[in-house]
Unconditional design. Sequence first.
Length: 138
Amino acid sequence: MRALVIGLVVLVAGCSEPSNEQMMNTGNDLSIAASPAAPLEEAGTPYSAPADPNATYSLLSVKPGKGGNIIVMTRRAGSSGTSYSNREIDCSAQLARYIGEGDTREEAEQPSPNPGDMAPLVEGSSTHAAVHAACAKR
């Protein structure tokens, strides 16, 4: 049983040896601390972007915005690393704009100094895919 639990810790921790913080043996009880590298609440809803087939995309949150629009946080993981995007989306008019971006969710939640105007979607783009995934969830 202990080997199975240790194997799961290794898998959750990104295929590395578990650290002392991740695993504490308290007699017969084995308690595991959550890995900060991959919080469970950030799993999101996966979706695909045809223009970027080698990356994985996840819809992390959909919140109400101004004027019936929605605010959508997404995550992209690919060969260049992981990035986060915060977009304002008008589902009815099929318009979107970036209102925040960054290498972390916290960075993406910071308002962009110049978000620009809402723009029409480009067929097959990552924003197009995000809009369709988010509008289906709202």
